[in-house]
Design a protein around this ligand. Structure first.
Ligand SMILES: Cc1cc2nc3c(=O)[nH]c(=O)nc-3n(C[C@H](O)[C@H](O)[C@H](O)COP(=O)(O)OP(=O)(O)OC[C@H]3O[C@@H](n4cnc5c(N)ncnc54)[C@H](O)[C@@H]3O)c2cc1C
Length: 419
C-alpha cells in the first residue's frame, strides 16, 4: 500500500540563521508559537550552529549586534541578542567587553534561538531533491525528498546558504588533502599537532587570513605559504558610506535595475564584504610574517601576483604550478595540504531545484528570476510558491547574500508573502 506523504503549509530547507529568522517572524506574525503540522524546517546538520566548521577561537562577528535574527524587524522580540545576554546573565558584562561578540558567542546565540523552535525542526535530514507533483498538466504541489522521507507542500522556502567555491584546478582532487574552509575544523583536527606540515593557503579574504593565523598557532612546527592573485591581504572596505549597501532601502533601489547595472554595482561594493580582512587580522598576519624575519626561521611565506595554473598530486605531496601574470615567470609550490579560503558563491539555479527547471523562468544569465518579495518567477502552469531566503545577491544586492544585515527584514517580507 502506498503511503501519502505528510502535507505542510510551508516547508523550509536549511535551519541556519536565515531559516531561524524566518521561524521567529512566523511565530511573531501569528502572536503565538508556530503550529506543529503547519510548518516544517529541515536541517541536514545534527544540531543548530553557525558555520561550525570555522568557529575559530579569537574571531569575532563583523556586523553590528543590533543586526541579529530579529531586532531590525521587531525590536521587542523575545529572540534578540539582548534577550540572549539577559537570559545568560551577561548583559552588563558584555557591555564592558569593548569589542564585537565572538563568533563562538554568536553561534551560541543562534543555537539558543534555534532551540525555541525544536518541535518544528527535523535535524539530520538533508533535502535531496524537489519533485513536481503534476495533476492535469499543472504542477499543483511539490514533493520534498529527503534522506529520511517525503513531504508535500505548496510553499517552499530555500534557506540553504551559499555554496563553497572550489576553483576548477582543485575540483577533482581528494577532499582529505584539499580542504575548503567549510570543512576546516573536522579535517584539521585529524592532523598530528607537532608534525612539520607544509600548508598552502589559497585566497586573500577573511577565511584565508584566519586559517593562516590558525594553522601557524595550532601547528608550531608547520610552515604556511599564503598564495594571492593580487598584491596580498587587503583591509575590507569599512567606510560608513559604502556600507550603506547593507541597508533595506538599497534593496528596493537595486532590485529594479537591469542586469548589467546590477553587476556594475555589485562590483563597486564588493570590497565591503569580500576579498578583504579586518584590521586586527592584518596586524596579526603581518606580525607573524615579521617575526619570521627577525628569528630568521620564517614559517609564513607570501606569494603574491601568483596564478595557480594547475595542480598535480603524488602520494605525499600536492604541487601547485603557478605563473606570475605580469612577468610571466612560472614556479611551483609544494605542500602536504592545501586550504582553500576561496569563499562561497550563490548558484544560478539552487541545486535542490534541478527537477523544477522546466517551470522556472530564467534570466539572460541563466539564473532564476527572483521577485521583490523573494518568490521565484515560474510558468503559469506551476501553482506552488518557491521562495529564496539568502540566495538573492544577484537580484537584490550585496546585503542579501552572505550577511546578517537583512536577515530579519527579509524574514518579515517572506512571512507576509507566505501567509
Ligand atoms: C566563517 C564565516 C563567518 C561569517 N561571519 C559573518 C559575520 O560576522 N557577519 C555577517 O553578517 N555574515 C557573516 N558570514 C556570512 C554568512 O553567510 C551569514 O552570517 C549567515 O550564516 C547566512 O545564513 P544562512 O542561513 O543564509 O546560511 P548558512 O549559515 O549557510 O545556513 C544554511 C543552512 O542550511 C543547511 N542546508 C543546506 N543545504 C541543505 C539541504 N539540502 N538540506 C537540509 N539543510 C541544508 C545548512 O546545513 C545550514 O545549516 C560569515 C560566513 C562565514 C562562512
Amino acid at each position: 500500500m502506498q503511503v501519502t506523504p505528510d502535507y505542510y503549509d510551508m516547508i523550509n530547507i536549511g535551519f541556519g540563521p536565515a531559516g531561524i529568522a524566518l521561524a521567529c517572524a512566523l511565530e511573531e506574525a501569528a502572536h503565538q508559537p508556530l503550529t506543529t503540522g503547519q510548518c516544517l524546517f529541515l536541517e541536514k546538520n545534527s544540531h543548530c550552529a553557525w558555520h561550525p566548521e570555522f568557529l575559530l577561537d579569537g574571531t569575532d562577528i563583523n556586523h553590528h549586534l543590533l543586526r541579529d535574527l530579529v531586532t531590525p524587524r521587531n525590536p521587542q522580540s523575545r529572540h534578540s541578542f539582548a534577550m540572549y545576554l539577559k537570559e545568560h546573565g551577561r548583559l552588563y558584562q558584555f557591555g564592558l567587553l569593548g569589542r564585537p561578540a565572538s563568533r563562538n558567542e554568536w553561534s551560541d546565540y543562534v543555537a539558543w534561538v534555534g532551540k525555541a523552535f525544536a518541535p518544528y525542526v527535523h535535524y539530520d535530514e538533508q533535502v535531496l531533491e524537489i519533485r513536481p507533483a503534476i495533476e492535469d498538466g499543472r504542477v499543483e504541489q511539490l514533493l520534498v525528498v529527503t534522506t529520511k522521507g517525503h513531504y508535500l507542500t505548496r510553499n517552499l522556502v530555500l534557506s540553504t546558504g551559499s555554496t563553497a567555491n572550489i576553483p576548477r584546478q582543485f575540483a577533482k582532487l581528494s577532499r582529505t588533502r584539499v580542504i575548503h574552509t567549510s570543512h576546516y575544523l573536522s579535517s584539521i583536527s585529524e592532523l598530528e599537532p607537532q608534525a612539520p606540515w607544509s600548508f598552502a593557503v589559497v585566497g586573500s579574504g577573511q577565511s584565508a587570513g584566519e586559517s593562516t593565523v590558525d594553522l601557524l598557532r595550532r601547528f608550531p612546527n608547520a610552515r604556511v605559504t599564503s598564495i594571492h592573485r593580487s598584491s596580498g591581504f587587503k583591509i575590507a572596505q569599512l567606510g560608513q558610506f559604502p556600507n550603506q549597501a547593507f541597508h533595506p532601502e538599497r534593496v528596493t533601489y537595486f532590485h529594479k535595475l537591469g542586469q548589467a547595472e546590477k553587476a556594475m554595482i555589485l562590483e563597486e561594493v564588493k570590497s565591503t564584504n569580500y576579498s578583504g580582512i579586518d584590521v586586527d587580522e592584518s596586524q596579526a598576519l603581518y606580525s607573524l610574517f615579521y617575526e619570521g624575519l627577525v628569528s630568521q626561521k620564517p614559517r609564513l611565506e607570501l606569494k603574491v601576483f601568483t596564478h595557480i595554473e594547475s595542480v598535480s598530486q603524488d602520494q605525499a605531496t600536492l604541487t601547485l604550478h603557478t605563473c606570475d601574470p605580469y612577468t610571466r615567470e612560472c614556479d611551483s609550490v609544494s605542500a602536504d595540504y592545501v586550504i582553500l579560503g576561496t569563499g562561497y558563491q550563490q548558484d544560478y539555479v539552487p541545486a535542490p531545484l534541478a527537477q523544477l527547471q522546466p517551470w522556472l523562468t530564467l534570466g539572460n544569465d541563466n539564473g532564476v528570476l527572483v521577485e521583490q518579495n523573494y518568490r521565484l518567477t515560474t510558468a503559469p502552469n506551476f501553482k506552488p510558491a518557491v521562495y529564496v531566503n539568502g540566495l538573492s545577491e544577484r537580484s537584490h544586492g550585496i546585503g542579501e547574500g552572505q550577511s546578517f544585515s537583512l536577515l530579519a527584514m527579509r524574514a518579515g517580507i517572506l512571512t507576509h508573502s507566505l501567509f
